[in-house]
Design a protein around this ligand. Structure first.
Ligand code: 3HC
Length: 387
């Protein structure tokens, strides 16, 4: 199959990611069918896209005619088999439950054309394991969008064990066609590149919440002011969803290290359905899509240096494990998928190795987590030669 042959995309799942992905494809002139298990779910997905396009019209970024054209490219279905039978690319964005992903993969790979690409939008899970359930696994791969999909530029394109180069290249071409920047992930490893680099920071967030002595507001405030992040780390956890945040940590605790186990505060938030923005309450109270954060103070304790040192350390591990093709690709991923103003290797190049190592050793001692210990390449500064 060639890029010109791709005319119709089927998106399985109409939740936050699914409807955002369908919007992006429809805006690029492709037909996109959004599938879910209940009419009310697809209706909600369509309403979200409609609202999002209205916002772009109100900002003068889209004409009313173009909006009508985009809406005309979209349709909905309650049947996976029906939706995929004439699709060239299928993007699965169902909840992060391995058994569900496998069932969906089996169903869609049986009903889709034999050469249709089948991509999972999983944010952490093994694509190779999902692919064991599917027909023709050489066309099964990962296509990981970031939230909100219409805004975030980066998309990770992930090799599963049996994916062919040609299929990865085709998906990268398609990613460019829909206005995104593809980041190739060479090894199907938990969290891939970008979320993996964020994993130990998630563990730090959980440890800070359990410690209970530090004000999340003041940490988020300094992170936005000094590290140029659009959202602070606690705010982002609420934005992505405490359930998603919790489940990714749990997955890392089962696959990377038991130290990623979500802490008590996250567990309590999950149990009491305080899931962040979507329920109006999480770490913060949310109103009108914004977290109520007291920005009057900036943390003098934990701050940008801590989060950055952890990020650079994990980026070194991602590099050594050959998950990415290069240090430049890792940086590209962090810039386009997280809207960071620069990637970990670029930022690390200007820093003293001893300062990074000291910061990491202090975090290791303070929170008792070995995942914060500096890699040897941080200590001797040789991470700066990683290309
Ligand atoms: N469609 C297209 N563009 C949109 C849009 C939409 N629906 N909604 C907003 N935009 C554009 C706006 O036009 C604006 O563009 P401009 O800067 O060129 O004017 C820009 O996005 C910002 O929009 P707003 O001004 O309305 O809103 P904010 O400035 O409050 O930004 C935000 C909101 C984009 C969510 C921002 O806070 C942000 O980038 N947060 C960080 C998000 C992030 O890090 N996501 C990654 C999460 S991790 C993840 O997804 C992993 C997964 O595996 C779980």
């Amino acid at each position: 199959m060639k890029l010109e042959d791709v005319k119709k995309i089927a998106v399985i799942g109409s939740g936050a990611m699914g409807n955002g992905i369908a919007q992006v494809c429809a805006m690029a002139g492709l037909k996109a069918v959004m599938v879910d298990i209940k009419q009310e779910f697809v209706d909600k997905g369509m309403a979200t896209v409609n609202k999002s396009l209205d916002f772009l019209v109100s900002k003068g970024k889209l004409t009313a005619e173009k909006k009508a054209e985009v809406m005309g490219n979209l349709s909905t279905s309650l049947s996976n088999a029906e939706a995929v039978k004439d699709a060239q690319v299928i993007i699965e964005a169902v909840p992060e439950i391995m058994s569900l992903k496998k069932t969906v993969c089996a169903e869609i790979s049986a009903a889709a054309p034999a050469d249709a690409l089948i991509a999972s939008n999983t944010s952490t899970m093994s694509i190779s394991e999902i692919a064991t359930a599917g027909k023709n696994p050489e066309r099964i791969l990962g296509m990981h969008f970031f939230n909100p999909a219409p805004v975030m530029k980066g998309v990770e394109v992930i090799y599963a064990k049996q994916t062919t180069d040609a299929n990865v290249d085709l998906l990268c071409e398609l990613t460019k066609k829909i206005g995104k920047v593809p980041i190739k992930v060479l090894k199907d490893s938990p969290g891939f590149i970008v979320n993996r680099i964020g994993a130990p920071n998630q563990a730090l967030i959980s440890a800070i919440l359990d410690d209970g002595k530090l004000k999340t507001d003041s940490i988020d405030t300094i992170m936005k002011a000094m590290a140029g992040m659009p959202m602070g780390p606690f705010e982002l956890a609420d934005y992505v969803g405490i359930d998603v945040f919790y489940h990714t940590l749990k997955y890392y605790s089962e696959t990377l290290s038991p130290e990623f186990k979500p802490g008590k505060v996250l567990q309590n938030l999950l149990d009491s359905k305080k899931l962040g923005m979507k329920t109006g309450q999480g770490i913060y109270t949310w109103e009108g899509g914004k977290a109520k954060i007291d920005a009057s103070e900036q943390s003098k304790d934990i701050g940008p240096m801590d989060f950055l040192a952890i990020q650079i350390n994990e980026a070194v591990r991602v590099f050594k494990e050959k998950i990415a093709a290069s240090a430049a690709d890792i940086d590209l991923g962090m810039v386009h998928c997280m809207r960071a103003f620069a990637g970990p290797f670029t930022l690390g190049a200007g820093m003293e190795p001893s300062q990074l190592a000291d910061t990491l050793n202090k975090l290791h001692t303070r929170f008792g987590l070995k995942i914060f210990k500096p890699e040897p390449e941080i200590v001797d500064g040789s991470f700066k030669t990683m290309k």
